[in-house]
Design a protein around this ligand. Structure first.
Ligand code: UTP
Ligand code: MN
Ligand code: MN
Length: 430
């Protein structure tokens, strides 16, 4: 494979150089990413950057860069999260072709991706020969536990971050020893210079740009999972960290047993998945899930847990303490001594259950809720929830507890309820 990877990469680079020769703005074409650094695991994607002269205006950079990508690749897709680039296929390999500005130092930075060629150069210069396999081990470990990838879908560790960790600590096992001791807010760097402060779970100062945190994408969940995985691995190493077993779907019996044991309820909201790339769809779904949670909580439904699954649909699951609460609620008004106390009494006397009464010096009334069933609440008011832009005009289906238990929701419920970390899933032989 290695042979095929490098010849394909060289061949593609040559082709792009040829195609771009007629554009005076193109300063260089470089192979970057894990193929250039020889740190890939499995079948890699090939990352090629087209470096433009810094005097090129951005519209022209995009037009030429994307045009070249579309010309040399098959099945191309224009991807645009922060910065536009082309994803496609060349000789059966996945390829990213990214236009950027040709900079010599991070101070000259003009677009978000301009550092990448500097990263590639830094790793090539600082990663020792025997450390390449150490990076591969670390990448596979992170893939196994589901923490590899800085993209929005994962919110984990980028390839470059794994390389810097090995450069910093020397080897896979030294990285794990150090990581098992990390705390929230841990800051790492490769130099003693004065550096910026970041509020992320983990900070690794970029050696090519002291104003950049290479670990900024790492969420607190992924950070904590990685630290815990390192702790467990060091005391009980096993290949399941690198190659976990597949999670088996919970069957109806197990699911019913869970809800019988806990008394909890599940509520599912599902919509056709918005179109677009993962880097947009995942953040939008998270935002929508958070917005619906806030709506539920505003109506006093206790949300114990939540998750979502993206396939043809976006399916959002909430674990509720209960999905049906009292018909009435307690509404606390102003202190008795305030001028507006009278308005409060006028508003509620006769409209509340029984009489207003005083508690701790304030007026209190018991009044009817607008909704006491979570399902009805969402059916009628989901449009009031704050949502990701792609969800705003979508038709939501709201599915209640009982319909979920009898319906075909096993894989989704498993996602919500099976809390075993990937490395601890043992195969159950039939
Ligand atoms: P990759 O995600 O392909 O990572 O991005 P990698 O280092 O090659 O690791 P693996 O083995 O494929 O997982 C390659 C480089 O391209 C930049 C990234 O910053 C990374 O340094 N890149 C990639 C972007 O800047 N923008 C993109 O949209 C894609
Ligand atoms: Mn890559
Ligand atoms: Mn890539």
């Amino acid at each position: 494979l290695a042979e095929k990877v490098s010849t394909t990469a060289e061949q593609l680079k040559k082709l792009i150089k040829k195609v771009s020769a007629s554009y005076l703005d193109v300063a260089d074409v470089q192979l970057v990413g894990s193929v250039a650094k020889d740190t890939y695991v499995g079948r890699p994607d090939i990352d090629i950057f087209i470096l433009f002269d810094r005097s090129t205006d951005r519209a022209r950079l995009e037009k030429i860069g994307l045009g070249i990508g579309n010309k040399v690749l098959l099945d191309t897709e224009e991807r645009y999260a922060e910065h536009p680039y082309i994803h496609g296929i060349f000789n059966d390999f996945e390829v990213d072709i990214v236009p950027c500005y040709d900079i010599k130092n991070a101070i000259q930075l003009m677009s978000a991706v301009d550092r990448t060629p500097l990263h590639t150069q830094y790793v090539k210069e600082h990663l020792r020969h025997e450390q390449h396999d150490q990076v591969r081990l670390l990448k596979q470990f992170m893939k196994g536990i589901g923490a590899y990838g800085a993209e929005a879908k994962v919110q984990g560790f980028s390839g470059y971050l794994t390389e810097l960790l090995v450069i910093k600590y020397g080897s896979f096992s030294e990285v794990l020893k150090a990581s098992s001791q990390w705390n929230y807010g841990t800051k790492i760097s490769l130099s003693e210079d004065e550096q910026a402060r970041f509020s992320s779970a983990l900070t690794f100062i970029d050696p090519v740009d002291p104003n950049r945190n290479v670990a900024s994408a790492v969420s607190v969940e992924q950070f904590a999972k990685f630290v815990y995985a390192c702790q467990v691995y060091l005391s009980q190493p096993s290949e399941f960290f690198f190659f976990p077993n597949r999670r088996r779907c919970m069957d109806e019996h197990e699911i019913r047993r869970y809800f019988k044991d806990t008394g909890f309820k599940v509520l599912v909201v599902s919509a056709p998945c918005p179109k677009g790339i993962d880097d947009n769809v995942y953040p939008q779904t998270r935002k929508t899930m958070e917005g619906i949670k806030v709506l539920l909580e505003r109506h006093e439904f206790d949300v114990l847990d939540k998750t979502f699954v993206i396939d043809e649909s976006a399916t959002i699951l909430f674990l509720l303490m209960t999905d049906k609460i009292s018909i009435c609620r307690k509404h606390v008004g102003p202190p008795v001594y305030m001028g507006n106390a009278e308005d409060f009494l006028k508003r509620w006397r006769g409209a509340c259950i029984g009489e207003p009464y005083i508690e701790g010096g304030r007026w209190v009334v018991m009044i009817k809720r607008t909704h006491h069933r979570a399902k009805e609440l969402l059916k009628e008011e989901i449009s009031k929830a704050s949502m990701g832009s792609g969800f705003k005009d979508l038709e939501f289906k709201v599915i209640s507890h009982d319909d979920i238990l009898t319906g075909d929701f096993g894989p989704y419920i498993t996602e919500l309820l099976d809390k075993r970390p990937p490395w601890s899933i043992l195969v159950v032989h039939p």
